[in-house]
Design a protein around this ligand. Structure first.
Ligand code: AMP
Ligand code: GLY
Length: 423
């Protein structure tokens, strides 16, 4: 297989890392990739959002599989463009077309989908500037906290959870009348607050069948004890102790199956990952959100636990033969601890030299926000490095990651010391 992976973060490094282990993979490219992917794949830097560039690259390098890491290119139709071009129609694109990507790209679309197909989720109503007053009246019927969601993609910032009614009304006005989240907030979904523990499940589907990857949990807040601002993710763990086999059966029967069947019923041609953002409420799973891709940093623990050949699974996804695939996992616990730049998720500086990476032997270090200059690895983002380790239990896995982190340094390096604390 000749595979192109689109993206540049820790998730894409983990995807490349897993693919590079497969005998089926002849050539592996990452666009744009990062210094981590450069160790196992060939980084290529062209504007993949310019279709002619993408097409040239695919044809010139006989690419047969394109794995799309982040959501934005999917929502913008990268898969549609490739499959609508006759000379590329053979290419296996992992990631849905525009229509399917709306499961992530539009909260309203995904809520309607869930209600249509009986997938358990919070009750909701959606509003626009024209129906603002009805929105305010709807808020009055709910018990706090209030959950307001910008319909469109808002870089993970479009969800507000507000404890008092007056502020909730003000924020609804800000979103609908003042374009607080730009176009993304021109429709707002208001939903019932669900109180419980969150976890993430990923399925790979060929549109008919699916395989479910190991369950994971991510830690979104910057501060220990899950406090402070939301980030792109400070760490993750897999498996998740409160998600037992019975819960996973419920997830499969009530959520994964009706979702995949629903896509088929609605004629949504979907090949790729479905990310189920889930919450357990009194022993029952509910969907908080769908994403049309793998999660970050969950991928950094999920793929290391996958024993099966990842390239073979992606090939089966393209061929529509996932039904024949069984997947195997490593039974050990994997954790990842993310180190970030000082100040993140607020302002932070970049270009700090990272030292000590060569001393890490007991963890896999996935690069999230780094770049290489004059043979030095420098920070280049808020989230910088993901330290993934295994252990027979959570404690051992965490100890391995923290020991590895102690060997590495850059100015302002920050990380949470309590990943997995709540389990
Ligand atoms: P989303 O972007 O939809 O995943 O929402 C971001 C975060 O907001 C989720 O990970 C949850 O922590 C929280 N959240 C979203 N919807 C709800 C809800 N209905 N009840 C409780 N928390 C929610
Ligand atoms: N870890 C959550 C996400 O990838 O959206």
């Amino acid at each position: 297989m000749k595979i192109l992976v689109i993206g540049s973060g820790g998730r894409e490094h983990a995807i490349c890392w897993k693919l590079a282990q497969s005998k089926l993979v002849e050539n592996l490219y990452a666009c744009p990739g990062n210094p981590g992917t450069a160790q196992i794949a060939k980084n290529v830097n062209f504007d993949f959002e310019n279709f002619e560039n993408l097409k040239d690259f695919i044809l010139n390098n006989s690419i047969d599989t394109v794995v799309v890491g982040p959501e934005a290119p999917l929502v913008n139709g990268i898969h549609d463009q490739i499959s609508e071009d006759e000379s590329l129609s053979y290419v296996n694109v992992i990631g849905p077309k525009k229509h399917g990507a709306r499961l992530e790209g539009s909260k309203e679309f995904s809520k309607k989908f869930m209600f249509r197909h009986d997938v358990p989720t919070a009750k909701y109503q959606s509003f626009t500037a024209e129906t603002l007053e009805k929105g305010e009246a709807f808020l009055e019927t709910l018990t706090p906290p209030f959950v307001l969601k910008a319909d469109g993609l808002a870089a993970g910032k479009g969800v507000l959870i507000i404890s008092d009614l007056q502020t909730a009304k003000e924020e609804l006005n800000n979103m609908l009348l003042e374009a607080k989240f730009g176009d993304a907030g021109s429709t707002v979904v208001i939903e019932e607050f669900l109180d419980g523990l969150e976890f993430s499940v990923f399925a790979l589907t060929d549109g008919k069948d699916y395989v479910i990857l190991p369950v994971a949990k991510d830690y979104k807040r910057i501060g220990e004890g899950d406090t402070g601002l939301n980030t792109g993710g400070m760490g993750a763990i897999s498996p998740v102790s409160f998600v037992n086999d019975i819960m996973m059966q419920k997830v499969e029967e009530r959520i994964v199956k009706p979702t995949v069947a629903g896509l088929k019923k609605d004629n949504i041609d979907y090949k790729g990952f479905i990310f189920f953002g889930l919450i357990e409420v009194k022993g029952e799973p509910f969907v908080i959100e769908y994403n049309a891709r793998l999660g970050d940093p969950e991928t950094e623990v999920v793929l290391p636990r996958l024993k099966s050949d990842f390239a073979e699974l992606l090939h089966a996804c393209g061929n529509g033969t996932l039904a024949e695939k069984k997947i195997e996992f490593d039974s050990r616990t994997a954790v990842t601890v993310m180190t970030v730049s000082g100040g993140y998720p607020g302002g932070y500086s970049k270009g700090k030299e990272i030292i000590g990476l060569e001393k890490v032997t007991n963890s896999i270090v996935f690069h999230a926000g780094t770049r290489k200059e004059n043979n030095k690895i420098l920070t280049s983002g808020g989230r910088v490095l993901a330290f993934t380790s295994f252990g027979d239990d959570k404690q051992e896995a965490l100890l391995n990651s923290y020991k590895s982190i102690y060997k590495v340094d850059y100015s302002g390096m920050t990380y949470r010391k309590d990943i997995g604390f709540d389990l």
